[in-house]
Design a protein around this ligand. Structure first.
Ligand code: ZN
Length: 457
């Protein structure tokens, strides 16, 4: 009996020691992975390293940079043990700014090293090599940026064209106006450093908003140059639209069904959903399909205006919607409403590529054409679409027929001109003199490239 007990205790002890040793003598070292490879890092650069361990868990982690023969510790973290096994922390991310100025790191090649340890007993025996090592470049110099066009004249809600030079290290350049960013296009000119960019003073901004040319390199170094821009004031018309129940009953279920949205029991609530949420979603989709544009201008002179049409509504109209005597909503009208005959042929304003030929929320059946350098035209409320996505069209070519699909009370064409999805006043594009003075004259200032242009991102 006693011998059995001794044997039992001895066996249990051996099993316990064996189990603890099995747990604590695990050989799997921590690993590290970078969120993105740090090809080049600048003043605002950050390093995100995810540390992982299996078994005992992470004990500590350290991120170092070696530059010009000196080592700088950017971050050092300790993860205390929670049980006899270890910390129980199997994954964590260290996010640390490079802060090259604070750390007195100079420009040039550098090496990132990550070290990490766990709670394995083997840590007392083994050496401690870096679990991750990555070469990168510290770059503190922003690209050069020179604005070539001295003066810029716009009207609120309208466009201007500008030229600038930037050094080849720029990976993103263009014009920033408040939170709007309008990318520039390279490759138009024999001098490859010259870029062209349209920019807008969008109708929802104050006309004194600063417009800045911007160039950024891969390390995030940014150069900004304030543009000399004179923005003419303008007022937009205030219009009140009366909504009757017959209109709501006809339109709300149609748009919700065509947008594959559930029916709304209350007609006014359904209308508000369409006028706000579906409207917003339509603009998100427009932004998406107008993200990339041809790198050469596809227009030749003024845009064609829908023939024999009378304007029903203009660009930037501030609309109030009245139902049963109460104003239930306000929205801005972002194009021209042009009416002629029912189901009249709709013509392409200028040559380009069809980027959308589909149902588009409040715009109903619609066509969007890319005319290059970020300029797009939109044709909405169509009763028929006669082109398909990807198709090349010529100025004056029929793309569909007018109708009243989407949020339209009668047969008409909704026509918009957009810069990378930002609606601008189409009147400038119907005006050959405006295009000559603001665009063509600047394009003719420098010899053009003979090869095909490419677009910046
Ligand atoms: Zn309209």
């Amino acid at each position: 009996m006693g011998r059995r007990l001794v044997l039992g205790v001895a066996f249990a002890l051996v099993a316990l020691i064996g189990f603890v040793a099995w747990v604590k003598l695990e050989r799997r070292r921590p690993t590290a992975a970078l969120a993105r490879p740090p090809a080049a890092l600048g003043r605002g650069g950050t390093i995100d390293v995810t540390l992982r361990d299996v078994g005992t868990g992470l004990a500590w982690g350290r991120v170092e940079v070696e530059s010009n023969g000196a080592t700088t510790v950017l971050a050092s973290e300790a993860y205390p043990a929670q049980t006899w096994r270890g910390s129980g922390l199997f994954e964590t991310t260290i996010s640390t700014p490079l802060a090259p100025i604070d750390h007195k790191l100079g420009e040039g090649p550098a090496t990132l090293r990550v070290f990490a340890g766990d709670y394995s007993w083997l840590r007392w025996l083994r050496s401690d090599p870096a679990v991750l090592e990555a070469p990168f470049t510290i770059d503190l110099s922003p690209p050069t940026l020179e604005v070539l066009s001295p003066q810029h004249h716009l009207t609120l809600g309208g466009l201007e064209f500008m030229l600038y030079k930037t050094s080849p290290d720029a990976v993103r350049s263009g014009v920033a106006v408040a939170s709007y960013f309008f990318p520039g296009t390279a490759g138009l000119f024999a001098d490859p450093t010259i870029h062209a960019a349209f920019f807008a003073m969008p109708q929802d901004l104050d006309r004194t908003t600063a417009a800045k040319a911007v160039a950024e390199d891969a390390a995030g170094n940014r150069r900004e140059v304030m543009l000399h821009a004179v923005v003419k004031p303008r007022t937009f018309a205030d219009r009140t639209l009366d909504l009757d129940d017959a209109f709501l009953e006809r339109k709300v279920p149609e748009i919700l069904a065509a947008s594959r949205l559930p029916a709304q029991p209350d007609l006014v609530q359904g209308y508000l959903y369409v006028n706000r949420t579906v409207r917003r979603n339509s603009e998100v989709r427009i932004k998406d399909v107008t993200r990339a544009s041809a790198a050469t201008p596809r227009w030749d002179g003024a845009f064609l205006r829908q023939p024999n049409s009378a304007p029903l509504a203009g660009f930037g109209d501030r609309r109030s919607y009245r139902h049963d005597g109460a104003i239930i909503d306000t929205q801005t009208h972002l194009g021209y409403d042009l009416a002629s005959l029912r189901q009249a042929p709709v013509v392409a304003a200028s040559a380009g590529t069809v980027v959308l030929a589909d149902y588009l929320g409040i715009y109903g059946d619609a066509v969007i054409i890319d005319h290059g350098l970020g300029i797009f035209s939109l044709y909405g409320h169509l009763s028929a679409i006669t082109v398909r996505r990807g198709q090349e069209v010529q100025r004056g070519e029929t793309v569909g027929r007018t109708g009243e699909t989407g949020l339209a009370g009668g047969d008409h064409l909704h026509f918009s001109v957009m810069l990378y999805g930002v609606h601008v006043d189409p009147v400038e594009w119907w005006d050959g003199k405006w295009i000559r003075d603001h665009v063509t004259a600047k394009l003719e200032q420098y010899p053009r490239a003979t090869t095909t242009a490419t677009r910046d991102e």
